[in-house]
Design a protein around this ligand. Structure first.
Ligand SMILES: [Zn+2]
Length: 257
């Protein structure tokens, strides 16, 4: 009986082992060019870059241009190294060991722990840290190791300079924003203007989904003076002057109402 029991136990272990997969091969995220939909940027790779597979992005007058998440994930670093190295940089954790780095930023539009989707503005192009002119230094890493950059699965040019056109969040059609009134609730109107009836309010700091934008009455708010109104629901509009969308003016990819 003892022998038989042992055999059955071993058989059971073997069956369990075959049912439990070994470390599953996790697919790489589909990374997109880290700029808004439709924009074309010159991306340079060079063998003396540090790390070697990083891409430096430029376009004309790029200082202050929005930088967006190249895939969904969780922001796990928002760090300012001062006048050295990356300067102001953001790291996004995409899961399965994949991370992306966005360095030399002018400023941050995210905080640690924040979930981001495709096209979310994480900061703006700058020249902070060990940089001699505005550009975005961009990296993809797997388990902490620098890997060759891919967009939509296609390998970047190694080595050289190539134009990359973004299809990042082109089809989303919506954006998210954060209401900032510095305290008070923000009145929601039935149409794009202060003359429309109040139909509710949103709290300072609330995240809103913006379905479309349109022109309405001019409002001076936390982010300056704007005539843009954001539709955040059916028959629900708020002034864009109080919403941090990461953009001055209209948001790329969000339709006009
Ligand atoms: Zn670089």
């Amino acid at each position: 009986m003892r022998k038989r029991w042992f055999s059955l136990a071993v058989a059971g272990l073997l069956a369990a082992a075959t049912l439990v997969p070994a470390t599953p091969a996790m697919a790489a995220p589909t990374f997109k060019v880290p700029f808004p939909c439709g924009q074309s940027w010159s991306g340079q790779t060079r063998s003396d870059h540090s790390p070697a597979y990083a891409v430096d992005f430029n376009r004309t007058d790029d200082l202050g241009d929005p930088v967006v998440a190249s895939a969904p994930g969780t922001v796990d670093r928002v760090t300012d190294l001062g006048g050295t190295s990356y300067g102001k940089y953001v790291r996004i954790d995409h899961g399965a060991g994949y991370t992306t780095y966005y360095a030399h930023l002018n400023g941050f539009n995210v905080s640690v722990g924040q979930s981001v989707g495709y096209g979310a503005v994480i900061g703006w192009v700058g020249s902070t840290g060990g940089s001699t002119g505005p550009h975005l230094h961009y990296e993809q890493r797997l388990n902490g190791n620098d890997i060759q950059v891919r967009f939509n699965g296609a390998l970047a040019l190694y080595w050289g300079t190539k134009t990359y056109t973004s299809d990042n969040a082109c089809s989303s059609g919506t954006a998210s924003g954060t209401v900032n009134t510095a305290g008070a609730d923000l009145t929601v109107r039935s149409g794009p203007g202060t003359g429309y009836s109040a139909v509710g309010s949103v709290a300072d700091g609330a995240r809103v989904t913006i379905y479309c934008q349109t022109s309405g009455s001019t409002v001076t708010g936390t982010y300056g003076t704007s005539s843009i109104w954001d539709r955040i629901g059916s028959g629900r509009y708020i002034s864009d002057a109080y919403v941090n969308t990461g953009y001055d003016g209209y948001i790329p990819n969000v339709p006009r109402c």
